[in-house]
Design a protein around this ligand. Structure first.
Ligand SMILES: Cc1cc2nc3c(=O)[nH]c(=O)nc-3n(C[C@H](O)[C@H](O)[C@H](O)COP(=O)(O)OP(=O)(O)OC[C@H]3O[C@@H](n4cnc5c(N)ncnc54)[C@H](O)[C@@H]3O)c2cc1C
Length: 539
């Protein structure tokens, strides 16, 4: 007889443990199947502050703080036109979460997996999922086996695939889409006794570009450093056919001045490992009773240490998708679409940042850097415009502007950013001049501005809500019913006085002063962002 759970989670990395924990917290029965025995080795040690609220939500914040992982405040880089290291700190743009950690992944991942267990998840290690079973297009469960025992079948209402780069569903359905922009390869290993960066940057991730690519050096606890080199995939694969991997690794490390100095008396603890072809997304990320999270969904070049953050974030969202689809099947298809949009947006932001950053390295003329500089020379990347808008309006993750400015952002990007900001400032000033004639202004909506009813994230699940789409926020942002009412009343004829009167008839609080205050504030935001395209003064 087969077993049955609300949710089967495949994989116990950060995305799997997080998704399983959140689903269990929401009251679902959850089984997590993990192929390996934890603690297991994994690359990807440098975290981002954006993950800190998620770790708090999972209830592991204190345990992680007590584990003695070095606290990371930013990065030190050799990149751009000079050869001297320069530093940026998260606190330059984000006052709330100013730090993250450099974690030993075996230990970090075990802490979160154990947390899932403590929250009631049935965690089964050394249990490999063989395949996800579909009936028509709907996932109905998985077949798995523990060690070499017979296959068993587990029935489920939702399968969350967190199998990392194995991407079980994506591979079986042929959904993987390689990203041509980052055809890189990494060789990495762990060193003892590496020289640290000078204080106060000793816990920063150190990134050094050199002729063949770039190097990361992440200080871990116990005087260990995770060190890796990122090279051109084709060239390095060819060279490695006739070279010993360790020799090749050490030779490349010695080409970079700072890394050579930091590693001169350090000892490589184990033979280095190789990872290649890692930048991809999936043509579909969620479907009927299945969803991909973490590396199983997509993976972007590790230049900005975004992997664990993407894994945790998508774990939270995938659980919310499961909770919603299981409790309200009518919302399933719409929620799957919103989930995909959210993951793709986050992926594109990091992709854009990495791509821009690759283009900024002007000091070195070599195959690796030339190839990456011409990737997107004409700025036609699909995400570029959205990224510029996001970065000019507010800080997306809190550090993009600091990084790009210090890394000598490309000229075309600088112009686009400046023009975006100038537009906002001039609209802000214009509005100030209109205020004295407020009652007689007629607002016009931009043709791309509308409000849609869609699933929006709210406390562990999705609920129906209102989403404002505008030229600045094509992906949409949650909005109140007040904004929806207001947009309905903007018809190119009604003045602010008339709109205010009509609003008073429609909203619960008929208090004129409050409504006028809301109206002014909302119109101001919509006008500065271009959602209201123009204002006309009538007598
Ligand atoms: C070179 C390199 C450097 C990186 N550096 C960083 C960094 O500095 N910072 C950062 O944040 N990220 C980094 N990353 C990315 C980071 O490692 C990943 O994004 C992150 O581990 C993804 O978490 P996950 O839970 O999705 O997958 P994983 O952590 O890979 O976990 C997947 C789990 O699924 C299990 N599994 C697989 N198949 C099955 C199956 N069939 N049945 C059951 N279990 C299965 C695996 O055993 C594994 O435990 C780096 C990646 C690379 C390649």
């Amino acid at each position: 007889m087969s077993e049955s759970f609300d949710v089967v989670v495949i994989g116990g990395g950060p995305s799997g443990s997080c998704a399983a924990s959140m689903a269990a917290k929401a009251g679902l029965s959850v089984v997590l199947l993990e192929r390996d025995k934890f603690p297991r080795e994994h690359v990807g040690e440098s975290l981002l502050p954006a993950s800190m609220p998620i770790l708090r939500e999972l209830g592991v914040e204190a345990e992680i703080a007590a584990a003695g992982f070095p606290v990371k405040y930013g990065a030190t880089m050799v990149w751009g036109s000079g050869s001297e290291p320069w530093t940026w700190r998260f606190s330059e743009t984000n006052q709330e979460y100013t730090s993250a950690y450099q974690v030993n992944r075996p230990e970090f991942d075990t802490i979160i997996l154990n947390r899932a267990r403590a929250l009631g998840v049935d965690v089964r290690e050394e249990t490999q999922v063989i395949e996800v079973i579909f009936q028509d297009d709907r996932a109905v469960g998985v077949s798995c086996r523990k060690r070499l025992e017979d296959h068993s079948f587990i029935e489920s209402g939702m399968v969350i695939d967190c199998s990392g780069q194995s991407s079980l569903i994506s591979r079986s359905k042929n959904l993987r889409q390689w990203d041509d922009s980052f055809q890189n390869l990494a060789i990495y290993g762990y060193f003892e006794n590496a020289v640290s960066l000078p204080k106060p940057n000793e816990n920063n991730i150190f990134i050094e570009s050199f002729s063949e690519g770039w190097i990361w050096n992440i200080p871990l606890k116990g005087n260990i450093a995770s060190v890796g080199i990122v090279l051109d995939s084709k060239k390095a694969s060819k060279e490695l056919q006739s070279r010993d991997v360790e020799d090749y690794f050490q030779a490349n490390l010695s080409y970079a001045k700072e890394s050579r100095r930091m590693l001169q008396s350090a000892k490589l603890l184990k033979p280095p490992k190789i990872v290649k072809d890692w930048s991809y997304t999936s043509t579909q990320i969620a479907g009927l009773s299945w969803v991909l999270a973490g590396d199983a969904a997509c993976f972007i070049d590790p230049l900005f240490s975004s992997g664990v953050h993407m894994a945790l974030m998508s774990g939270v969202l995938a659980s919310a998708y499961a909770v919603t689809a299981l409790s309200d099947p009518d919302m399933e298809i719409a929620t799957a679409k919103v989930y995909e949009e959210m993951i793709r947006r986050e992926y594109s932001l990091f992709r854009e940042l990495a791509q821009l950053f690759y283009q900024t390295n002007r000091s070195i003329d070599s195959y690796f850097w030339e190839a990456r500089k011409i990737l997107d020379r004409d700025g036609t990347s699909t995400g570029r415009e959205a990224f510029i808008k996001a970065v000019s309006g507010q800080s997306v993750r809190g550090y993009e502007r600091a990084v790009l400015e210090k890394g000598e952002l490309p000229q075309s990007f600088r112009y686009a950013l400046e023009s975006q900001q100038n537009q906002r400032h001039s609209r802000q000033r214009e509005l100030g001049m209109y205020f004295s004639n407020w009652d007689n202004l007629v607002p016009y909506l931009h043709e791309d501005t509308y409000v849609a009813r869609k699933p929006v994230l709210s406390a562990g699940r999705f609920e129906w809500g209102l989403v404002l789409h505008s030229p600045e926020r094509q992906e949409g942002t949650d909005c109140s019913s007040f904004v929806a009412l207001l947009l309905d009343l903007i018809d190119g004829e009604a003045t602010m006085r008339l709109i205010s009167e009509r609003l008073r008839d429609k909203v619960d609080s008929p208090n004129k002063i409050v409504i006028d205050e809301y109206l002014k504030k909302t119109v101001e935001i919509l006008y500065v962002e271009g959602a209201i395209s123009r204002l006309r003064l009538v007598k």
